[in-house]
Write a protein that binds this ligand. Structure first.
Ligand SMILES: [Zn+2]
Ligand SMILES: [Zn+2]
Length: 348
């Protein structure tokens, strides 16, 4: 690994890791993108070379930048051989949970398909210059390579039995059912949606001509247009609860002693990742950490490690919730909101 760029994308995430031959992009999106500004905002980024794309978790604000790359001029150097995304862990009621999560994505963000994984694959095949590419769902212990650099997956595990996690899932599932009771047309839509099977294996090869292309940025939120603000608040509260769980199963990665990437993990999972690192590797310090959830989440176990430079990918909103504790465990702390694009050269 030669170079790391944490782009200033606002309240979102956009990271590039380079060596001579290869470029891995991790996430590409931000939360406050208005459709109308997407094109001009992201057009600065279109020329970057991309050989692999990794999505830390299925939140639209971590990949909506890809929508802006649809269109002929943006495609020149998009040469994606492989797409990585988090494996969906198995836990009590996980099937129902992921179905409901996909449904909320569909109605709140206009995703059209049966599963978030399929949506991502379809999006990639709409911007990629290659006719075929591979995809792979990652979970704890998996390894993949960036040229000669081994990247190890620290989170999520393939199954979760943690009682508190399972209880939180049960809670959001009942809230989903209660909320849908108030919205008969949404309920009808969910029953229809529920009949679709989510059919993507954990790894495979995609031939882009077998996939229906996206011609333009999707904006199908018609169902929600008929609701009042109070009704919309119910749906948006529900969405927030589901997002909390999705953060907890986002990807965390380690690249040697150089890089720790913590996704949008929340405190319980941050602690588990650090424990895992300490037990499996004699891990005490790391060159760079990209802080969890834009620097707004913290776990007490982080006090057991030392980071030379911590970088938070944040904007105007997220920086308000930055955890000052990061200053205790890192030599320098950085913020894209304060500093713009942050470039780190590992060779220097
Ligand atoms: Zn998130
Ligand atoms: Zn995020």
């Amino acid at each position: 690994m030669d170079k790391l760029i944490v782009h200033d994308i606002g309240d979102g995430c956009h990271v590039d890791i380079y060596d001579d031959l290869y470029a891995l992009k991790i996430d590409f999106g931000r939360s406050d993108v208005k459709k109308i500004e997407v094109d001009s905002f992201f057009h600065n980024y279109w020329w970057y070379k991309i050989n692999a794309f990794l999505l830390s978790h299925f939140h639209n604000d971590h990949y909506n930048g890809l929508y802006a790359m649809i269109g002929p001029s943006s495609c020149r150097r998009v040469d994606i051989e492989v797409v990585y995304f988090p494996h969906q862990p198995v836990f009590n009621n996980s099937k129902i949970f992921f179905k409901q999560l996909a449904f909320l994505n569909r109605i709140s963000m206009g995703d059209h398909s049966k599963s978030p994984q399929y949506d991502l694959i379809r999006l990639i095949s709409s911007i990629n210059n290659r006719d075929t590419f591979k995809y792979r769902a990652l979970s704890q212990g998996d390894k993949f390579y960036l040229s000669n650099n081994e990247i190890e997956v620290l989170w999520p595990p393939s199954t979760i039995q943690n009682k508190r996690f399972v209880a939180s899932v049960e809670k959001v599932i009942s809230k989903f059912d209660e909320t849908l009771e108030k919205f008969p047309d949404l309920k009808r839509l969910y029953i229809q949606f529920n009949q679709n099977e989510n059919s993507l294996d954990s790894e495979g090869t995609i031939h882009t001509d077998e996939i229906e292309k996206i011609e333009e940025i999707l904006e199908d939120r018609k169902i929600l247009n008929s609701y009042t603000d109070t009704q919309l608040k119910d749906i948006s509260d529900l969405n927030t609860d589901f997002r909390g769980i999705a953060n907890r199963i986002s990807l965390a990665l380690k690249c040697g002693g150089n890089l720790l990437f913590m996704g949008d993990l929340e405190s319980g999972e941050i602690n588990k990742v650090i424990k895992y690192l300490k037990s499996k590797h004699t891990f005490n310090h790391c060159n760079i950490m990209i802080t969890p959830h834009h620097g707004t989440n913290w776990g007490a176990k982080l006090m057991d490690i030392f980071i030379f430079h911590s970088i938070s990918s944040n904007g105007r909103e997220m920086i308000k919730y930055f955890k000052e504790d990061y200053k205790k465990i890192s030599l320098t702390t950085h913020s894209t909101f304060l500093e713009g694009d942050i470039v780190y050269d590992f060779e220097e």
